[in-house]
Design a protein around this ligand. Structure first.
Ligand code: PEP
Ligand code: MG
Length: 582
């Protein structure tokens, strides 16, 4: 019998392999009383378990392949750091003594208290940090209960059964995901998690097909059963008949063939059939990403998110440190242009150092974030402006300001940049006096008044991730309203079009650096709307280029204009399909 289950496809690709159920066993933690004279022994037992957990995680850390992305390593490091944090080391010891209970139970009490604090937070990103607590607590509890779990330690030679298998789990810890990739797992399927979960982020980085949120999957599927995973459509199929299997094998071969064909496009320019050159740039978050930019043959970096520099630390990076980091990226790009975005902290991008005043905003996405935060806190902003200006002396650099929403903000930023230039002149420090200054259009108010921004800036870049969130009034990291996130909403398309027109009228380039720019589904529509500069994850760049090279904007324009007049979702999708076919 064929079983077809659906979840959320979070990492594209087709995988066909034998199911491997990751058995954790149910962790049944019971409370029992510890006699007074044995409390010291119980504390020692807890400390030994912490040591074993540290040993396990350090062994996993040591086996991460050298070319693994830094953000994945960070996930593991966070867990290692948590094993040093007093909330998970000292507090449970106090509970063992004060409640005269066993270590497993003390950990459970502490975990429940911590999770309650996180769940009360009004921020989905922070709420997700509760997963980290659970992963670390369960690791220690398993050691205490003496329950072994196949991914608890790094093992020595790996498990041959995992190669090519489809891993089914309730949830995966970052450590699981890294180990499984090392052992050649073909796809991940989990019962829990959303598009922003660790598993999703890691799977995308590792380019392993993944579907999350498939409830009860381990009840429906057996070990060793042949399973098909479609990471784009979010489908998991078991017991498929010969025809279905052939169909998916065909899709898999097409995918592999397409990947090989795309590689040939690396050195080719992006040019439409009517001879328009399209700029294809990449989004990066750290120096390590520059390798991917080169591998994709991008024309430069259209968005360098600088928030990473400020995350996972208590202090703020100094001007000198920032200059060094930016200089490394400029050097690595070796002549390709770099667009450095000024700090976009707040909302979904939180840091530990309390720049937001230590206060939890009720609506962080509408609160003191990005340029608002920088203008409020010039001690934070000034060193970054100086560092970016000084980096511009080293290679082609552009400065981009996120979240502009009104004229005062823009004028203040421009004045601060002018002041910074005068300061650098006085100090005899070099910078490029012609460094282009641009702004991100990601607030509907800015899109509606894009003419104002276009007249005063050297370029604009449309941040669709936020523009869609604010236009449609949906928190982009709230799983409950994900279904409303729609780049094809007529209001969103009208705003995008307005910004592109404003740029054309003012004679300045308009780029798009939100996720929409890298989704091949929208490439032709965006060309039809007049977009000529795209910036996206390096992994999607070649596919977008192949679509551009097969498109003729003269044919796209009339159909796009027709689409802009539509309000019915079905009609819009039908026109989009027609645009894809011409
Ligand atoms: C956007 O909002 O589209 C964008 C590119 O910025 P970020 O995703 O970093 O908010
Ligand atoms: Mg944004």
């Amino acid at each position: 019998m064929t079983v077809q289950l659906t979840g959320i496809g979070v990492s594209r690709g087709i995988a066909i392999g034998k199911a491997h159920l990751l058995q954790r066993g149910n962790l049944e933690v019971l409370e029992y009383a510890i006699p007074l004279h044995l409390l010291d022994d119980e504390v020692s037992r807890f400390r030994r378990a912490l040591d074993v957990a540290r040993g396990q995680l350090n062994a996993i850390r040591g086996r991460i392949p050298a070319n693994t992305r830094a953000d994945i390593v960070d996930f593991i490091d966070t867990h290692i750091l948590m094993l040093e944090d007093s909330t998970l080391t000292i507090a449970p010891e106090h509970l063992i003594v004060s409640r005269q209970c066993n270590a497993e139970w003390a950990l459970k009490l502490q975990r429940d208290a911590l999770v309650q604090v996180f769940e009360a937070m009004d921020d989905a990103y922070l709420r997700m940090r509760k997963d980290d607590i659970d992963h670390v607590v369960m690791r220690i509890q398993r050691i205490l209960i003496n329950q072994h779990h196949e991914s608890d330690d790094a093992g020595d030679g790996g498990d041959a059964r995992l190669a090519g298998s489809v891993l089914l789990a309730d949830d995966l810890t970052p450590a699981d995901a890294v180990l499984m990739q090392h052992q050649g797992v073909a796809a991940f399927v989990t019962e829990y998690g959303g598009p922003l979960s660790h598993t999703a982020i890691i799977a995308r980085s590792l380019r392993i097909p993944a579907v999350v949120g498939v409830r009860n999957i381990r009840r429906f599927l057996r070990d060793d059963e042949l399973v098909i995973v479609d990471g784009q459509r979010g489908m998991v199929i078991a017991g498929a008949d010969a025809r279905t299997l052939d169909y998916y094998r065909g899709l898999q071969e097409d995918e592999q063939r397409q990947q090989r064909a795309l590689q040939k496009l690396r050195g080719a320019p992006a040019v439409t059939r009517d001879n328009l050159h399209i700029e294809l740039q990449a989004n990066i978050e750290m120096l390590d990403d520059v390798d991917d930019v080169r591998a994709a043959g991008a024309d430069g970096v259209g968005l360098y998110r600088t928030e990473f520099l400020y995350m996972n630390r208590e202090d703020t990076p100094s001007e000198a440190e920032q200059l060094e980091r930016y200089a490394e990226v400029v050097r690595a790009l070796d002549g390709l242009p770099l667009t450095i975005r000024t700090l976009d902290l707040g909302a979904d991008k939180q840091v530990d150092s309390g720049h937001t005043g230590g206060r939890l905003a009720t609506n962080p996405a509408l609160g003191l974030r990005a340029v608002r935060l920088c203008l409020r806190n010039l001690n934070l902003f000034r060193p970054q402006l100086r560092a970016i200006l000084r980096a511009s002396a080293l290679g082609p650099t552009r400065l981009m300001v996120p979240m502009l929403s009104n004229s005062q903000e823009l004028m203040q930023v421009l004045e601060l940049i002018a002041e910074t230039r005068r300061e650098l002149d006085r100090e005899g420090l070099a910078y490029d006096p012609d460094m282009p200054i641009g702004g991100m259009i990601e607030v509907p108010a800015a899109a509606l008044t894009a003419d104002f921004f276009a007249a005063r800036l050297d370029f604009l870049s449309i941040g669709t991730n936020d523009l869609i969130q604010y236009t449609l009034a949906i928190d982009r990291i709230d799983d409950e309203v994900n279904y409303l996130y729609d780049p094809l909403h007529p209001a969103v398309l009208a705003l995008i079009y307005r910004v592109i027109e404003a740029g054309a009228n003012a004679g300045i380039p308009v780029s798009m650096c939100g996720e929409m720019a890298g989704d091949p589904l929208y490439t032709r529509l965006l060309l039809g709307l007049g977009l000529r500069d795209f910036s996206m994850l390096p992994t999607t760049l070649l596919e977008v280029k192949s679509i551009i090279n097969g498109s003729d904007t003269r044919q796209l324009r009339p159909l796009t204009e027709e689409l802009l007049l539509e309000y019915e979702p079905d009609r819009i999708r039908a026109l989009l399909a027609k645009i894809a076919e011409i």
